[in-house]
Design a protein around this ligand. Structure first.
Ligand code: MRU
Length: 382
């Protein structure tokens, strides 16, 4: 069955890397800015969005112009550095950035880390300019650490795939978007698939479109195409029949928050994949940096799941590109006017459905609270 999807024109594109980085700090004469690749415009246009203050960044975060857990952490840290460098209230900026979206714990982690660096420098007598420099240094360190974590997760993740599926030409299903667009490096789950591709061991990447905002179709397919990977897009609803046909060897997803008990919050639609994977005896693997583990959240029930506007479901659009003359989200209505919609951005998968959690510190399998605590302790010792 798989061969009918292996269109050679698609599979033999030269390897490319995204030309425009997802995030960069710039320091023109008019003053420092944070430059984002506007993800709401992909894959059609590679347009940069320039933020000069924290409120602009908060808006970009809420509109998903910048998104994905690790990148949100990096953005939060740079946002605090930006406020400091431009002489705004650093604590106010850190609070607004940390709370811009509730589920991805990395966002608050990044904002608070840069805030702490600023405060420590200020408390030891640094003037505001030097304290701002300390905040920027913290943001740059987090950015670099995330790139390094990405490389290590890819190595651990591919070793795990090879162990679980010996001799494998892996057929991997993924959900949402977890590549260079969400990372200081090449991502989390996507980085594992990319490494498999580069080493000749990826037979196919199955890409869920990821309704309602289509991160799979718009972003993961964009990254897979740019990297010359063999990929096929499917509607989220088609995953069941793909498993039933025996076409999936492993599921690889990222995470927005991992609770202390190993419960995993990720893009809505991840939990049904975990249930399908268990029924079909397919490994369900979560790939995330240790910064996504939140020891302060005891279990899945304690994870705040972001609820988003119903118009994302009742209309079809690139997320927030306004279309003149249209109301609400500015998209094309696909339901009768006034229809109520249920639109959680994430769902929570219990640890017993997760085969393994891959971090830069190594692989945890089975997933237990004790194992997770040990992994975090190891990371925080370094
Ligand atoms: O709402 P988004 O697009 O920010 O959601 C992103 C996801 O759910 C990703 O899968 C998750 O952040 C992991 S990214 C490595």
């Amino acid at each position: 069955m798989a061969d009918q999807y292996a269109q050679s024109s698609e599979d033999k594109r030269p390897t490319q890397i995204p030309a425009v980085p997802a995030i960069r700090w710039d320091d023109p004469p008019e003053g420092p800015v944070l430059v984002l690749l506007d993800q709401t415009r992909l894959p059609g246009e590679e347009i940069e969005l320039v933020c000069t203050d924290a409120p602009a960044l908060v808006d970009a975060i809420r509109r998903l112009a910048v998104r994905g857990a690790p990148l949100l952490g990096i953005a939060g840290a740079y946002g605090v550095a930006l406020a400091a460098a431009r002489g705004f209230d650093v604590d106010e900026a850190a609070d607004s950035l940390a709370g811009a979206r509730p589920t991805a714990v990395n966002l608050a982690y990044g904002a608070r880390r840069a805030q702490a660096a600023y405060r420590t420098a200020a408390a030891s007598g640094a003037d505001p300019r030097r304290a701002a420099g300390a905040a920027l240094e913290a943001a740059r360190a987090l950015h670099a650490e995330d790139a390094e974590a990405s490389t290590r997760m890819a190595a651990h993740g591919l070793a795990l795939l090879d162990e679980l599926l010996p001799g494998g030409q892996h057929r991997v299903l993924t959900h949402c978007n977890t590549g260079a667009l969400v990372s200081g490096g090449e991502g989390t789950a996507f980085a594992v698939a990319l490494k498999a591709h580069r080493e000749g061991r990826l037979r196919r990447l199955w890409v869920d479109e990821t309704r309602p905002l289509l991160q799979g179709a718009r972003l993961t397919a964009y990254e897979a195409a740019r990297n010359g990977m063999a990929y096929t897009l499917l509607t989220d609803n088609a995953a069941g029949s793909l498993f039933a046909a025996g076409e999936v060897d492993a599921v690889l997803i990222g995470a927005d928050r991992i609770a202390a008990d190993g419960s995993v919050a990720n893009k809505v639609g991840s939990y049904p994949l975990a249930v399908l994977a268990r029924y079909h005896h397919v490994p369900f693997i979560v790939v995330a940096p240790v910064t996504t583990v939140d020891p302060g959240t005891p279990d899945g029930a304690a994870i705040e799941v972001e609820q988003r506007g119903g118009h994302e479901v009742t209309e079809v659009t690139a997320p927030y590109v306004p279309v003149a003359g249209m109301e609400a989200g500015g998209g094309i209505p696909v339901a009768p006017l006034g229809t109520q919609a249920y639109n959680p951005a994430f769902d929570v998968t219990p640890p017993e459905l997760v085969t393994a959690i891959v971090t830069e510190e190594g692989v945890l399998s089975p997933v237990t609270a004790e194992g997770l605590a040990e992994l975090c302790a190891r990371s925080r010792q370094v």
